[in-house]
Write a protein that binds this ligand. Structure first.
Ligand code: ATP
Length: 439
């Protein structure tokens, strides 16, 4: 993890928020390469979940919602973690995660001795951030920063259904920020207090929910694999009765094998009609789906898929990070899937003369016009230029050399196999496009 965090900073993937003020461990900023990677993750999700399907619609609900939403959803009452504080070291821990946290000991004043942690009584701590709407700071004006995007989809369920003329089963997809005042954020961007989620709520007829749950868990696992995440690092974990959230009939996590253990990457939940039922009750508005063909009305069940965008970025970086020896030299390479890699190509003139830089820049402009992010680099030896791109995860390095002027071909070097092929410069755009197509 340390190596990854340092690479992420050095190469401009992720910086600590407010670093010049000492930073904070619970929020992070995405740099030039990081934001491209994150945008690509969101794009791959949106493409598969919305654009490639007839039965899912997109939505972008606001972060601030009516406070009653969070009463209806159960968050005001129940979105809590058990907080325990150590009387000796004054650190705070989540009681349900004590076994995995580095609690325990604090160096005592006498060298060679340690004091044991002494934990106080647990108290329930609500994870929602509170603020006030308008200039008056009193209880009547409290609003919350949403801790999940899902509620925006529930309260808009009928708006989306009627405006898009969808019939059940159909889904509502959203990508957006969520905020949780986590007791123990950490592990880089794994658990933060501000993060982005990509969530989809699939509304189905009660009775068909088990079948749809099975469908969505397989479909979501297939998406993670399609990002190039190694199969052996992914697994399902089904929630036992003690782990199930208050709204869930069934829940399954997709877990990833992080350097700090198997942890949740995505949750797939059968939320039944809990949320729509509660919003119907709290708002006094009917939220039933009317099936005019069958002459019936009912509250749909919901199968939810909820993945963290930042957590997916962490998974991709972790899975892609490799150190290896090439021709007696060590190289660090990010084997990112080409579709998520921040840059698709880097273009190098072999030397800074003989018209090679002009040809190289021309090629770069052509790629950029075709929406293929490309980077031009003419500084340093070719070897060093390759290494810089290996660390950035750029799949193809294209070199313009003496032969280009003669026969119009360039060398394309593959980041992973290190193989080099000559491709006609006029074909490079198509050659790259072909390799960026997703199944
Ligand atoms: P946990 O038990 O780890 O707190 P959760 O089960 O509450 O997580 P969900 O509410 O199911 O998580 O959220 C869906 C997804 O959002 C998670 O699988 C994770 O990828 C992401 N996520 C949740 N909390 C955070 C966080 N604090 N920081 C980053 N990502 C998060």
């Amino acid at each position: 993890m340390e190596k990854l965090v340092s690479l992420a900073k050095r190469r401009g993937f992720v910086f600590q928020s407010s670093e010049i003020y000492g930073g904070t461990g619970s929020v992070w900023d995405y740099g030039p390469l990081g934001i491209e990677l994150k945008r690509n993750v969101k794009e791959r999700w949106w493409s598969r979940m919305v654009h490639q399907r007839d039965d899912v619609e997109g939505l972008d609900a606001s972060i601030l919602m009516h406070p009653r939403v969070w009463e209806a959803s159960g968050h005001v009452e129940g979105f809590t973690d058990p907080l325990v504080e150590c009387k000796v070291c004054k650190k705070r821990f989540r009681q349900d995660q004590l076994s995995t946290q580095a609690c325990g000991k604090k160096p005592s004043k006498t060298p060679g001795e340690t004091e044991e942690c002494e934990l106080g009584e647990p108290r329930l701590f609500n994870l929602m951030f509170k603020t006030f709407m308008g200039p008056v700071e009193d209880a009547a004006h409290v609003v919350y920063l949403r801790p999940e995007t899902a509620q925006g989809s529930y309260v808009n369920f009928l708006n989306v259904q009627t405006s898009s003329r969808q019939k059940i089963p159909f889904g509502v997809a959203q990508i957006g920020k969520a905020f949780r005042n986590e007791i123990t954020p950490g592990n880089f961007i794994f658990r933060t207090r501000e993060f982005e989620q990509a969530e989809m709520q699939f509304f189905v007829k009660p009775g068909s929910d088990d079948e749809w749950f099975e469908y969505w868990r397989e479909e979501r696992m297939a998406w993670h694999r399609s990002l190039g995440i190694r199969e052996e690092n992914l697994r399902f974990h089904e929630h036992g009765p003690g782990e199930l959230a208050h709204y869930a009939k069934k829940a399954m996590d997709i877990e990833y094998h992080f350097p700090f253990g198997w942890k949740e990457l995505e949750g797939i939940h059968n939320r039944t009609d809990f949320d729509l039922g509660r919003h119907q009750e709290y708002s006094g508005k009917r939220l039933e789906y009317i099936d005019s063909g069958a002459g019936e009305r009912f509250l749909p069940y919901v199968v939810e898929t909820a993945v963290g965008v930042d957590r997916t970025v962490l998974v991709l970086l972790t899975d892609a990070y490799h150190e290896e020896e090439v021709e007696g030299e060590e190289r660090v390479v990010l084997r990112l899937h080409p579709t998520v890699a921040p840059l698709k190509a880097a273009i190098f003139p072999l030397v800074k003369k003989d018209g090679l830089p002009e040809i190289a820049r021309g090629l770069m402009d052509e790629l950029r016009r075709a929406a293929i992010p490309a980077f031009y680099d003419e500084s340093g030896s070719i070897g060093r230029r390759y290494r810089r791109q290996d660390e950035a995860g750029t799949p193809w390095c294209i070199t313009v050399d003496g032969q280009t002027a003669e026969d119009g071909t360039v060398t394309v070097r593959d980041r992973d196999s290190l193989e080099q092929v000559r491709v006609d410069a006029s074909q490079v755009k198509g050659w790259i496009r072909e390799r960026l197509e997703v199944e």
